[in-house]
Design a protein around this ligand. Structure first.
Ligand code: ATP
Ligand code: MG
Length: 563
């Protein structure tokens, strides 16, 4: 058995599992599950749970992890979600093999087990209304009162439960409840519901059922039926653990998994509640679940985040027992580090200013060698066309530059990346006084970026040949919220008030180096000096790739904060 000695990956859950293995608990098996409810798309919080559950299975010899859809809420669930969830888990790099399960596959077994409870006097059909049930339940400081239906005979309960299933009662008319303890300090133990009536079709079982099992009952039984050894869940289920154990103790299930809670992932500047993400989509604050600003897996993927970066992030934040808020900058840094390793560097001008090189021969084009990575020759190189008219970034020129501005200004010389030194001689303006063109000269002796006389220039700027530029759309994405805690329920303010109105900036016609014409969907690049960008997989067409900014080169938010 593997002793997990690696401090980078060891955590309190692995310590528990290690101890279990030492005692040969569960016959030395390690079996986890990831149990999403198919009522929305997966988000970065789920990624933490996926990496944890599948990661643990991978870390132990013979370890297994199931993918199980916890589909007990017929109204909100849909195959759109079961499909997307499977895609997302695969994309993150995990494999459930042939262990894909649905809680709805256990409906018949769950029904039979519920009858066991009834026969044993541990469950009863209750006709209190929702309001009465609440009233009878008591409060945190007062015990509840027993329902008047609590002491029915098993025979009567079995008959009523069968009639519930047969559709003889209307929604809300009755419930099947566990008979535990109406005075329990833990409210979850005060005769919780096991089955409710819902006369709606289910996305998998159709109209076979009009009663549906409750989450707490379904979850533990599903775990046990699948032979799960360690059932990992977020802290809000801590108070439900006694109920998890109670059901399994009453029932003839094949095993009794151990529930272990961990802190959910909270990210600043981000909302991760599925209800809120759904609202953003439904009310069109974003273009869809896969809008590149969404913290969903599909959104992050479209933005250009890589599975490696997301997994690295989940490793780095580690696992704790108390709730913390992680800075979204940590995630962005993981993305930067991964893209830094894997992307080719290219030249792209997002906000073009035309430069005419007066002493360059009219109509000539030359092709300059340019490596795709300054110190990784394995990435190869391309040839950049250079000609008399080029574009540079508006922000790389100032008419009246301060001392520390090392880019272009009247009379100043800069290096064009992989090309020549140029000097600015004249600034052309339109009638309104806007700069529309620069007149420059180049030094033919500086080809490749060095002067034979040893003279230095302080600045190197990027450029694109005007005639050869690929003109296409580039989208600059930024954080969706401009407040670190958008959903911290503040007075008079709705979480949507904190939406960042500048989270998307559309550039209709950026000028990119022509090699990018052949970029494929989801390819990522570093646009030198600007950021990391990927080819949008939805809106790009052959010959017209559209680029999404994945992340800037540096953490501009941290800089902003420090000011
Ligand atoms: P939400 O609160 O966004 O609706 P959920 O918990 O209802 O999420 P499920 O589909 O039930 O969503 O979640 C599947 C698994 O992912 C559960 O085990 C849940 O605990 C875990 N999970 C959900 N959100 C997070 C999070 N932010 N951090 C860690 N794990 C999470
Ligand atoms: Mg849930």
């Amino acid at each position: 058995m593997s002793e997990n000695a690696n401090p980078a990956t060891s955590n309190f859950i692995r310590n528990i599992i290690d101890a279990d293995l030492k005692q040969n608990k569960n016959d030395g098996r390690v079996h986890t599950r990831f149990p999403p409810e198919p009522n929305g798309y997966l988000h970065i919080g789920h990624a933490k749970s996926i990496c944890l559950n599948f990661g643990i299975a991978e870390a132990y010899p013979g370890g297994l992890c199931n993918l199980r859809f916890d589909d007990t809420n017929p109204e909100k669930e849909d195959v759109e979600y079961t499909d997307s969830i499977q895609n997302d888990v695969k994309w993150l790099g995990f494999d459930w093999g042939d262990r894909l399960f649905y809680a709805s596959d256990y409906y018949e077994q769950l029904f039979d087990y519920a009858k066991n409870l009834i026969r044993d006097g541990k469950a009863y059909v209750c006709h209190l209304s929702a309001d009465e049930t609440r009233e009878y339940r008591g409060t945190l400081t007062e015990p509840g009162k027993p329902s008047p239906y609590r002491d029915r005979s098993a025979a009567e309960n079995l008959d009523l439960f069968d009639r519930m299933r047969a559709g003889e009662f209307e929604e809300g008319e009755c419930l099947l409840r566990a008979k535990i303890d109406m005075a329990a300090p833990n409210m979850n133990m005060r005769d919780p519901a096991i089955y409710r009536i819902r006369k709606v079709a289910h996305h998998r079982t159709g109209n076979d059922w009009c009663i549906y099992p409750m989450y707490d009952y379904t979850h533990c039984v599903s775990d046990a039926l699948e032979g799960i050894t360690h059932s990992l869940c977020t802290l809000e289920f801590e108070d439900h653990r006694p109920l998890y154990d109670w059901f399994l103790d009453q029932l003839p299930v094949p095993c009794h998994p151990q529930q272990i809670e961990f802190a959910r992932l909270n990210l600043n500047y981000t909302v991760t509640s599925k209800r809120k993400l759904n609202e953003l989509v439904t009310h069109k604050y974003v273009s869809g679940w896969d809008d590149p600003r969404m913290p969903t897996i599909v959104g992050m993927r479209r933005r250009g985040y890589t599975p490696e970066a997301i997994r690295d992030f989940c490793d780095r934040i580690g696992l704790t027992k108390n709730d913390t808020v992680i800075d979204v900058g940590v995630l962005e840094n993981c993305v930067r580090e991964d893209l830094d390793r894997r992307t080719r560097r290219v030249l792209a001008v997002l906000d073009p200013l035309k430069v005419v090189i007066e002493n360059y021969p009219e109509g000539d084009t030359e092709y300059l060698d340019a490596p795709y990575h300054p110190n990784n020759p394995d990435m190869g190189q391309r040839q950049l066309p250079f000609s008399k008219e080029i574009y540079i970034e508006q922000s790389d020129f100032m008419e009246d530059p301060p001392k520390k501005f090392f880019r272009l200004g009247p009379g100043r010389e800069v290096r064009l990346r992989y090309a020549y030194f140029i000097t600015c001689n004249e600034v052309i303006k339109d009638n309104a006084g806007n700069i529309i063109e620069l007149r420059c000269t180049y030094d033919p002796e500086t080809k490749g970026g060095n002067a034979p006389d040893g003279r230095k220039v302080k600045g190197t700027i990027h450029w694109v040949s005007a005639e050869h530029a690929l003109k296409t759309e580039v989208r600059l994405y930024d954080r969706l919220f401009n407040d670190p805690k958008p959903d911290s329920n503040r007075h008079e303010q709705d979480w949507k008030d904190f939406l960042n109105t500048e989270s998307i900036q559309l550039i209709k016609e950026a000028c990119l180096e022509p090699s990018l014409l052949h970029a494929k969907q989801e390819d990522s690049f570093q646009f030198e000096r600007t950021g990391y960008f990927c080819v949008d997989k939805k809106d790009s067409v052959n010959g017209k790739p559209v680029f999404n900014r994945t992340v800037t080169l540096r953490d501009s938010w941290a800089k902003e904060k420090n000011k």
